[in-house]
Design a protein around this ligand. Structure first.
Ligand SMILES: Cc1cc2nc3c(=O)[nH]c(=O)nc-3n(C[C@H](O)[C@H](O)[C@H](O)COP(=O)(O)OP(=O)(O)OC[C@H]3O[C@@H](n4cnc5c(N)ncnc54)[C@H](O)[C@@H]3O)c2cc1C
Length: 341
């Protein structure tokens, strides 16, 4: 059933005030199909919102907002030690990670405690602690806006990159992802080379041990959106060529940097922001988190405009000091001024 003028303040982890002109929660493929047909028939703009943890919502979302609530998943034995996991788009990502680890299935344990729904995971190819979704994803099942056609994309068709995929480009706002198929393995393969993870797990850890360790580190480092509005990292880590990295290192020898296989170098956006003296600054109702400079926070009573102005200030200061342009990670959805769709 389509609802009108729905308040989305509690539907985004930044807690920004926003209203959906129309909203429908879909619990089946048939309902998702119906929603697309309606949007097409009326020529409504279409927006999909999952857990709302990677969004900056402008005050007005015109057209139709779809909220996926396909919450089933099932396992299918595959080759060797592996299992295919079919996951509905509305499944809570962290609950899936925990359930798989408890079954002794490996592959997504390092992605513990990332907020949001499984259906959103391919959008920015979620990643953490040295692992990305693309490593275990087999297919993405979706409905395309044009003609409400069902399509299955293989991993190669998703054009995955660092926090990037085809869903941020050619297919942006054109699809409802309904299901993912992941390939997980019973064979232990702990990935502990990131941070101090290795020191936090027993020898020969279980997948559940890794989930516990990753969760503990994340709780220490990141603000809980239930307590302080935020969307996790507000900027991706910039990637520069080796020459640029060397010039920066000559000036800032302690600058964290991670050489990539293609010769480029990834820098730590949080460090760059911190070195501009921005950690903990507050600008009206918004600010930079006082422990993690990569996270912008909303203290309440603010707006998308205030937050985006702060993001622009941060970006300009980092660019002036280091000559590196930061890229925003969360998607900005909606319109600043209410208008009719
Ligand atoms: C505290 C915190 C920590 C975080 N840590 C990480 C991290 O370590 N690594 C990381 O990669 N991300 C991280 N994030 C970002 C975020 O959790 C992920 O990007 C997550 O996948 C977003 O899921 P969501 O359901 O909340 O998506 P939403 O925020 O609701 O949506 C994000 C985008 O996906 C689209 N979308 C959502 N569902 C669908 C669907 N079914 N079909 C089509 N489009 C869809 C939306 O239109 C939007 O463009 C963090 C966020 C927070 C708040």
């Amino acid at each position: 059933m389509i609802q009108h003028d729905v308040d989305l303040t509690a539907a985004n982890t930044l807690g920004l005030p926003a209203t959906a002109e129309r909203l429908v929660t879909v619990t089946s493929l048939a309902q998702a199909h119906e929603a697309l047909v309606e949007a097409e028939r009326h020529d409504w703009p279409l927006t999909v919102i999952g857990g709302g943890s990677n969004l900056v919502l402008e005050p007005w979302l015109p057209g139709l907002v779809v909220r996926p609530a396909l919450t089933d998943y099932w396992l299918e034995p595959a080759d060797g030690d592996t299992v295919r996991v079919h996951v509905g788009a509305g499944v809570n990502w962290h609950e899936l990670v925990v359930a798989m680890a408890e079954r002794g299935l490996w592959g997504i344990e390092n992605l513990a405690l990332i907020p949001g729904q499984a259906g959103a995971a391919p959008i920015q190819n979620i990643g953490a602690y040295g692992v990305e979704l693309a490593e275990v994803l087999e297919t993405v099942h979706l409905l395309e806006r044009d003609g409400a056609r069902e399509r299955v994309l293989g991993r190669d068709e998703c054009a995955f990159g660092y926090r990037d995929s085809v869903f941020k480009h050619a297919l942006e706002n054109r699809v409802i992802i309904t299901r993912l198929v992941l390939r997980l393995s019973h064979r232990p393969r702990p990935r502990l080379d990131y941070g101090d993870l290795a020191a936090r797990v027993p020898a020969s850890p279980s997948a559940a041990d890794v989930v516990a360790a990753v969760s503990a580190v994340r709780r220490e480092k990141l603000p809980d959106p239930a307590v302080l509005g935020n969307a996790g990292s507000f900027f991706t880590n910039p990637i520069v060529d080796a020459e640029k990295a060397q010039r920066l290192l000559d000036e800032w020898p302690d600058m964290p940097h991670f050489p990539l296989p293609d010769g480029h170098v990834k820098l730590a956006a949080g460090w760059l922001i911190d070195r501009c003296g921005l950690k903990g600054v507050r600008d009206g109702h918004v600010g930079v988190h006082d422990r993690q400079a990569l996270v912008l926070v909303h203290h309440g009573g603010g707006s998308a405009a205030e937050l985006l102005a702060l993001a622009e200030r941060v970006t300009a200061m980092v660019e002036a000091r280091f000559g590196v342009r930061l890229t925003r990670e969360p998607r900005v959805l909606g319109e600043a001024v209410p208008g009719k769709a």
